[in-house]
Write a protein that binds this ligand. Structure first.
Ligand SMILES: NC(=O)c1ccc[n+]([C@@H]2O[C@H](COP(=O)([O-])OP(=O)(O)OC[C@H]3O[C@@H](n4cnc5c(N)ncnc54)[C@H](OP(=O)(O)O)[C@@H]3O)[C@@H](O)[C@H]2O)c1
Length: 344
């Protein structure tokens, strides 16, 4: 049985990848710093867990020193982290580094984390220019993409069979930031209207963990040195996302489309469409697990279970979560709906 190691595998991407590899008959080892984060569902299907710090040379050596068939790195954010892998790449049949669409820049050098939002004008291919490689804080707006590119380059420049997969906004069970909560929470709160900024027409590419995992399976079957976009086969608008969540929950609400950027701001309400072109993945044989609406159900079922006190209850965003509270501003929305009702 071939062996796969998934570094940082207890999050949304790692869970999806591990699940797919188990389906395909791989022996899977998932790593992380905390064994308590290992999903019971994967353990019961035979996945092993190894406590291993991604930043520790000794831990990486202990995991990879004897080689492995497939290495999927979900926790590579910097050049230094990438460098720790380099000595072992020759002994790994196929390495996959999970990167992000945040590395792409438009003609004016703007990227997905810029204050001034990018306008790519067309679906983004892998040949699109990227930010310059850099350092600094990998979790900062300017540092995330620059560090990712530095890490990508470090691995690709070895010429080893490394596939860099650039993902959109990932959805799936185990998400640290389950963006669909913005709509599911409204349904759980029995909101009768959903307000959508920018008329709900905005598109910011989604990527199901299951679709990313399907691409991992594809590249594992054809190891090579390459960069590929990893996305859903469609690019839903924020209105389509709201509809998919409502349809799965069996909820009906009035859709209120607002011209401006508030109320009704949401995680996908970007100024210009951000769409990843996946034709290179398809040419390699990638077969998506499903469309956004077909795959987001996994995340929604998981989130609902967590909200009901299930295994991942601690991942449900609380009322003071700064990311979600700005998208769940009921007071602003209700004031808007009242003014509309009064014809003001
Ligand atoms: N989520 C998205 O929307 C998105 C979009 C584009 C690209 N990506 C990329 O996809 C990759 C995976 O992201 P994700 O969303 O799955 O992350 P996540 O849900 O936050 O999970 C991170 C995983 O890494 C582990 N981890 C963190 N620091 C570690 C360390 N120092 N040593 C060992 N394990 C460590 C965590 O477990 P412990 O905390 O227990 O160690 C967890 O298993 C990242 O490289 C990210 O840049 C994600």
């Amino acid at each position: 049985m071939p062996h796969a190691v998934v570094l940082g595998g207890t999050g949304v991407v790692g869970r999806g990848v591990a699940s797919r590899l188990l389906d395909d008959g791989w022996q899977v080892t998932i790593t992380g710093r905390d064994a308590a984060h290992m999903p019971a569902a994967l353990a019961s299907r035979g996945a092993a867990f190894a406590v291993s710090n991604r930043d520790s040379r000794r831990d990486v050596q202990a995991l990879l020193g004897t080689g492995t068939d497939l290495l999927v790195d979900c926790a590579c954010f910097t050049r230094e982290q990438a460098r720790l892998l380099v000595p072992y790449l020759g002994d790994v049949t196929c390495t996959v580094m999970i990167s992000s669409k945040a590395v792409y820049v438009d003609e004016q050098g703007r990227h997905s984390n810029s204050i001034d939002e990018p306008d790519f004008g067309a679906p983004i291919r892998e040949t699109q220019p990227t930010v310059a490689a850099g350092g600094g804080d990998p979790l900062s707006r300017e540092g995330y993409g620059a560090n990712k590119i530095a890490a990508e380059n470090e691995l690709l420049d070895t010429g080893a069979p490394v596939s860099v997969l650039r993902a959109g906004k990932v959805h799936g069970p185990g998400a640290a930031r389950p963006r669909e909560w913005v709509y599911l929470k409204r349904i759980l709160d029995e909101r009768e209207a959903v307000v959508l900024a920018r008329r709900g027409e905005t598109v910011d590419q989604t990527t199901a963990a299951a679709n990313l995992a399907a691409l991992v399976a594809t590249v594992a079957a054809s190891p090579g040195t390459r960069v590929l976009n990893a996305a859903d086969p469609d690019a839903p608008s924020s209105l389509e996302i709201a509809r998919a969540v409502a349809a799965h929950a069996g909820w009906r609400w009035e859709e209120v489309l607002v011209d401006g950027d508030s109320p009704g701001a949401n995680p996908w309400s970007v100024a210009h469409p951000v769409v990843l072109d996946t034709s290179a993945a398809r040419e390699l044989g990638w077969q998506p697990a499903g469309t956004f609406a077909e795959t987001v159900t996994d995340a929604l079922d998981w989130l609902r279970d967590a909200a009901d006190g299930g295994a991942d209850a601690d991942r449900v965003p609380g009322p003071d979560d700064p990311f979600f509270s700005r998208f769940l501003d009921y007071a602003a929305e209700d004031a808007f709906l009242l003014r509309r009702q009064l014809g003001l």
